[in-house]
Design a protein. Structure first.
Length: 324
């Protein structure tokens, strides 16, 4: 009787171990089920990103917005339905771009291996490959994520350009990221652009509600924005977050922030905390190669947050829709 109990316990233990192993992300997860998957993603990116290089920053931003809500499960890609307003229609996500690009990648992979590769993995692979294709850093993307089936606009509470350092620290901490990660992931702004939206104009024209300017902004930079970029609030005028080198994944963004020329309040916030300010200064004193290596570590950390694996979620046939 005792031996049977021991055998039963041993079997259960082995099943648990095997299940746990299968549920983990791993390098080349699709080696047997879709061996060309990552090659197809990379090929699509290399063929199309040169025609729209700004999408590299857009897709990193998409991944960021996805991972901060329910983890990295591609829930940000789901369309709203009659009975549900999805994440992509929440106010912070209305300016996201790149959905059709992700759909193009998904279609290319589906043509080779229908119903095998998740949209969540496609976002992670595409974001990495797009940055590399535009001359930026490479980071490791383990695969095996599954797609979420729930997407609610009411759950979208992500770091905002209006946020101060206390709020940012809390939001990053909630997804397993620390202040160093905050500084490093903000570095993606080196290839990003913005517009003269309220998140910018409020710092120029009405910072405390009295028609004043944000005193933390460099005066000459503010005057230049008012004169050439933000005469009025509009969503069409492009503002570079790293003027002069926005197409290069370099240290320029941190140099701008150090000069009090960070475009958003969340950029300026990096100078208001001793830890984030120290990290920023260390990056500026180091090499671009060091920045790339550290940025890669933070990206690898972020894209592991609360992923669905094993039998969780599903592999969506179309990224915008839950399978019937």
């Amino acid at each position: 009787m005792a031996s049977q109990s021991f055998l039963r316990a041993l079997v259960l233990c082995l099943v648990a171990i095997i299940g746990s192993t299968q549920a983990q992300l791993q390098a080349n997860f699709y080696a047997n089920t879709c061996p060309k998957a990552e090659e197809i993603v990379n090929k699509y990116v290399r063929e199309h990103i040169p025609n729209a290089p700004s999408l590299a920053a857009a897709i990193i931003r998409m991944q960021f917005h996805d991972c901060f809500v329910r983890g990295c499960d591609a829930s940000v890609l789901l369309n709203s339905t009659t009975n549900n307003k999805a994440e992509k229609d929440a106010i912070p996500n209305l300016t996201l771009r790149g959905f059709s690009f992700i759909d193009g990648v998904k279609s290319a992979v589906e043509a080779e291996c229908p119903g095998v590769v998740s949209c969540a993995d496609i976002i992670s692979l595409t974001a990495r490959d797009a940055v590399v294709a535009t001359g930026g850093p490479h980071w490791t993307v383990t695969t095996g994520r599954r797609d979420g089936t729930v997407s609610k606009a009411t759950e979208v509470n992500i770091p905002s350009p209006f946020d101060n350092i206390t709020t940012l620290q809390g939001q990053f901490g909630a997804v397993g990221l620390d202040l160093k990660d905050l500084v490093l992931l903000s570095g993606a702004h080196t290839i990003g652009v913005a517009h003269c939206s309220p998140s910018v104009s409020i710092r120029l024209f009405n910072f405390t509600g009295k028609g004043d300017e944000d005193p933390s902004l460099d005066k000459k930079y503010a005057e230049n924005l008012k004169k050439f970029k933000c005469k009025t609030i509009n969503a069409t005028t492009i503002i570079e977050m790293d003027p002069g080198s926005r197409k290069t994944f370099d240290l320029g963004y941190y140099g701008q922030v150090a000069k009090r020329r960070g475009l958003f309040n969340s950029d300026a916030a990096l100078l208001t905390n001793p830890v984030t300010k120290s990290v920023l200064n260390q990056l500026l004193q180091g090499s671009v190669e060091n920045f790339w290596a550290e940025f890669a570590k933070s990206m690898e950390k972020m894209i592991l947050f609360n992923v669905k694996t094993g039998t969780q979620g599903q592999i969506r046939k179309q990224c915008a829709f839950v399978n019937n």
